[in-house]
Write a protein that binds this ligand. Structure first.
Ligand code: ADP
Ligand code: G3P
Length: 494
């Protein structure tokens, strides 16, 4: 009998549930956006109950589709925006504060202090991460210090911490399961990626009681069953993975050397480094790609904080476009060297700069510059930032020839050609653009026995279009040098 798999993809801007046929094709999709909350400059929050209700709503839709069509669902996989931090009451399940989103920079001063105390080396050697507000640890600390009574309740074992995967699992299983997976744990800055355990020194440094932390499992494991009353069926939850790691699986980046970049709200480039936790000398992160049967595969990651978010800003804040789909046509209306550069450091700059205090900048404006130049320069910034990451990878001796891409922005073929031109590498886009969801569905299928091994998984991941570099080298060099100048200027303006 044909088996089907459900992926819950809880992203930064929307929640999706997708029902996949075991051959990797999409059978049914439901999606719901939710509110982004910006309480102060550089703060970004989500209401955890809004996240949960959006997930319940999309999940109910695909479960009911499966039921109406008599489809047999072998299991559910959960993938999620990573690092985003939720603390809740273990008895009531109620969050004590909004989710502090990965983009939030409120702990920037605290991170600065930690760096001044010379702790970066210790933190980095244990976690593979750099000290930055991006990761969960300082966000948890902030909640414990700033929510009335939270510190004491945490010490008394009453509070739970989770990234979004754990919060969802808790609620989908009616409060029965308190678990995460190794890929999500590796983004908290509390998890020792070599020992695969919460790190006692780091818990003590951040003063976080171990009772707050979930059990860390493999990415494919038996995580529990959905509560029938909530979604209309009791289905096994068989996989969890951070969204970028799930995309690696969905892109079949399963061999050392394989690379993918996911272009969503941010953009995240990951290189599979096999069983080696390679330490970057150029400010890339070492992270868990996936853990299966206790065996860890590591990745080097470059994280760009603003990619599609720049397009959302043009749409929602400046209101110069109605939809992201328009950007391709507007960009095409101008020559590539229009001279306008956007450094979209709205929430500081991630890899390879790691400067939480840089602010965004648009430069090179003339009397002629209009909407098209703003749109084109925002798109171009995504390619330039990708090049910055590839240069850092190359300096770490990883030579990237082929870039597999996915995520919402990759609908834009103008952008993909520009990335190929600027990065001087082949850019390949798969048939299924929802690779994050596909990846975690495949992991659930692995656990359910639908697939025997990773090789069978990779047969479900097929490539579609291919973009090759074709830009005049002089033009390329001049565009890149102007971008580098723009970043330098932005870095001075804090
Ligand atoms: N055709 C397009 N051109 C450029 N950007 C796009 C296009 N379509 C969607 N986007 C951008 O992609 C992002 C959505 O991608 P998605 O992968 O759903 O993100 P996330 O998982 O972070 O919520 C949005 O920021 C949107 O502005
Ligand atoms: O929601 P996305 O797709 O932008 O991904 C967010 C990342 O997981 C943050 O690290």
């Amino acid at each position: 009998m044909t088996q089907y798999l459900i992926a819950i993809d809880q992203g930064t801007t929307s929640s999706r549930a997708i029902l996949f046929h075991e051959n990797g094709q999409i059978e049914c999709t439901a999606q719901q956006e939710f509110e982004q909350i910006y309480p102060e400059n550089a703060w970004v929050e989500h209401d955890p109950t809004a996240i949960l209700s959006s997930v319940l709503s999309v999940l109910q839709q695909v479960v009911s589709y499966a039921q109406q069509n008599n489809l047999s669902v072998a299991g559910i996989g959960i993938t999620n925006q990573r690092e985003t931090t939720i603390v809740w009451d273990k008895t009531t399940g109620k969050p004590v504060y909004n989710a502090i989103v990965w983009q939030d920079r409120r702990t920037s001063d605290y991170c600065q202090q930690l760096k001044k105390q010379g702790l970066e080396q210790q933190v980095s050697s244990k976690t593979g991460l750099l000290i930055d507000p991006y990761f969960s640890a300082t966000k948890i600390r902030w909640i414990l210090d700033n929510v009335a009574g939270a510190k004491l309740r945490a010490q008394q074992g009453e509070l739970a911490f989770g990234t979004v995967d754990t919060f969802l699992l808790w609620h989908l299983t009616g409060g029965r399961e308190f678990k995460t997976d190794a890929s999500n744990a590796s983004r908290t800055m509390l998890f020792n990626i070599h020992q695969q355990a919460w790190d006692a020194d780091l818990l003590s440094l951040f003063d976080i009681p171990v009772s707050m932390l979930p059990q860390v499992c493999d990415c494919a494991a038996h995580f529990g069953h959905t509560d029938r009353q909530q979604i209309g069926d009791s289905i096994a939850i068989l996989a969890m993975a951070g969204d970028q790691q799930a995309a690696m699986i969905g892109q079949a980046c399963l061999q050392p050397g394989a690379v993918k970049t996911t272009y969503g709200t941010g953009a995240f480039l990951m290189l599979n480094t096999g069983n080696q936790a390679v330490q970057s000398q150029h400010k890339l992160l070492t992270t868990v790609a996936y853990r299966l049967n206790g065996k860890v595969t590591y990745a080097l990651e470059g994280s760009i904080f603003v990619a599609g978010a720049a397009i959302q800003w043009l749409r929602d804040k400046l209101q110069i476009i109605d939809s992201a789909e328009q950007t391709s046509q507007l960009a095409q209306s101008l020559p590539l060297d229009h001279g306008v550069y956007t450094v979209p450091a709205f929430t500081g700059l991630g890899a390879p700069y790691w400067d939480p205090d840089v602010r965004g900048m648009i430069c090179g404006l003339t009397r002629d510059s209009g909407n098209a130049a703003l749109v084109s320069s925002a798109l171009q910034s995504v390619a330039f930032q990708t090049l910055d990451l590839l240069n850092a990878m190359q300096a770490d001796k990883a030579n990237v020839q082929i870039l597999k891409v996915d995520g919402g922005m990759t609908a834009n073929t103008w952008l993909l050609q520009f990335i190929a031109d600027i990065c001087q590498c082949r850019v390949m886009r798969p048939v299924i653009l929802e690779t994050t969801a596909l990846g975690v569905a495949l992991l659930a299928g692995l656990q359910a026995g639908v697939y025997a091994n990773l090789e069978q998984i990779s047969q479900q991941c097929l490539m579609d279009v291919d973009f090759s570099p074709a830009m005049d080298p002089q033009l390329r060099a001049s565009l890149i040098s102007r971008w580098q100048l723009a970043v330098q200027l932005a870095s001075q303006f804090k």
